[in-house]
Design a protein around this ligand. Structure first.
Ligand SMILES: *Cc1c(COP(=O)(O)O)cnc(C)c1O
Length: 229
């Protein structure tokens, strides 16, 4: 594995997709998903300019954060996995952005934890656009009502939407999924007039990030294209 080389290739593709879409580099965050990666490799990301990392298991993330010690603060930490309500306090304490808010009981628990920590926790609503039963997330038709309750919780700051697209060998078939997530973001903007913090679209992974960027992704979550399969 050549980390520097892989990241350079990913960045070139990101730039290409941004150019195609007529978008600026500042509009996009590259989130390196380090779930299968050890602490030594995470340390190597610092001089390569990676500032955002994503984990999907709380115990593993906590172990890595402890091992990184002072270097932990070199990164913004994103939680991208499914989350048990009884882990809300830990995740609220140790992460900067939660991508996987998918039910009201979890919102209530995160809100309570954030208030206890005297912190405003940024969250994304995970949406199940494709309707696959195996996927987590709020149904598209229920996102507005969910947001309406969420925005009243003082410990949480909802900043946008996240989705996991179905895996396909042809990313082009995923385009409508990304397009619908963007429409939902705009619909909520129209219906509820949130502040400017409401702008994030976390969508696109190693096999489909170019299409996601063309459709407005502001955060792409990339694992295997950087670290290998
Ligand atoms: C693992 C993971 C990714 C990265 O997937 P790759 O296909 O390896 O890029 C992105 N998002 C979530 C939620 C993940 O669990």
């Amino acid at each position: 594995m050549n980390l520097a080389n892989n990241i350079e290739k990913v960045r070139a593709k990101l730039d290409q997709a941004l150019t195609t879409a007529g978008r600026a580099q500042e509009e996009l965050t590259l989130l390196a998903v380090t779930k299968h990666v050890d602490v030594a490799t995470i340390k190597e990301l610092i001089p390569l300019g990676i500032e955002h990392i994503g984990e999907n298991r709380l115990q593993e993330a906590a172990r890595k954060q402890a091992a990184l010690d002072g270097l932990k603060n070199k990164f913004k930490w994103h939680f991208v996995g499914s989350l048990q309500t009884n882990k809300a306090r830990q995740v609220a304490a140790d992460f900067d952005l939660i991508h996987s808010l998918d039910r009201m009981s979890l919102a209530a628990a995160l809100n309570k934890a954030a208030l206890q920590l005297d912190k405003e926790l940024s969250v994304l609503i995970q949406v199940n656009i494709s309707g696959e039963r195996t996927k987590h997330g709020i149904a598209p038709g229920e996102v507005g009502a969910f947001y309406e309750v969420l925005r009243e919780l003082p410990g949480l700051c909802p900043v946008g939407l996240m989705t996991m697209a179905p895996y396909t060998s042809d990313p082009e078939t995923t385009r409508p999924v990304f397009r619908e997530l963007r429409k939902l973001l705009e619909q909520i903007r129209q219906d509820y007039q949130p502040g400017p913090q409401w702008h994030e679209l976390s969508m696109g992974m190693s096999n489909d990030f170019a299409v996601a960027i063309e459709e407005g992704a502001t955060i792409v979550r990339i694992g295997s294209a950087i670290f290998g399969a």
